[in-house]
Design a protein around this ligand. Structure first.
Ligand code: FES
Ligand code: FES
Length: 160
């Protein structure tokens, strides 16, 4: 079947089978490999994107369900001149990544949180990231990065 989506503001289309997942379609049909697949079973959050403004683990959705939708991916988080967006820059500045595998999902989850709650507390950030797993950072620097991206003072040592 033919699928058309608006991805990061551009209309894109491709062919997919009915069982194709949105994550697979983004990576393999549209070449948007910034969306990572860590588990394919809804555990890790590496595949997090936004669909019609809602945070979604793209491995949990058939692309057919997203036909016609407005999708945002990590590729759309950079500034138009290609420089890092605010959240991406904060992750870099505060060492919010090590191997980087979870980072696209973390950034998309952070963007969704900050849209709803522009000044989240540490506890709110940690709660929001419960569906996103990082095997490298211990989360402290990710929390600091999101505090910084929201224009808040970054604690010297983030709380457990
Ligand atoms: S790849 Fe989707 S939650 Fe892990
Ligand atoms: S930075 Fe390696 S999994 Fe998060």
């Amino acid at each position: 079947m033919k699928i058309s989506l608006t991805v990061n503001g551009k209309t894109m289309s491709g062919e997919a089978e009915g069982r194709t997942l949105l994550s697979t379609f983004l990576r393999e049909e549209l070449g948007l490999t910034g969306t990572h697949i860590g588990c394919d079973t809804s555990q890790c959050g590496a595949c997090t994107v936004h669909v019609n403004g809602k945070q979604v683990k793209s491995c949990t959705m058939f692309v057919a369900e997203a036909d016609g939708a407005d999708v945002s991916t990590i590729e759309g988080m950079a500034n138009t001149d290609g420089s890092l967006g605010v959240i991406q820059q904060a992750f870099q500045d505060h060492h919010g990544l090590q191997c980087g595998f979870c980072t696209p999902g973390m950034v998309m989850a952070a963007a969704s949180l900050l849209e709803k709650n522009p000044k989240p507390s540490e506890a709110e950030i940690r709660h929001h990231l419960e569906g996103n797993i990082c095997r490298c950072t211990g989360y402290h620097n990710i929390v600091k990065a999101i505090m910084a991206a929201s224009g808040q003072e970054v604690p010297a040592v983030a709380a457990e």
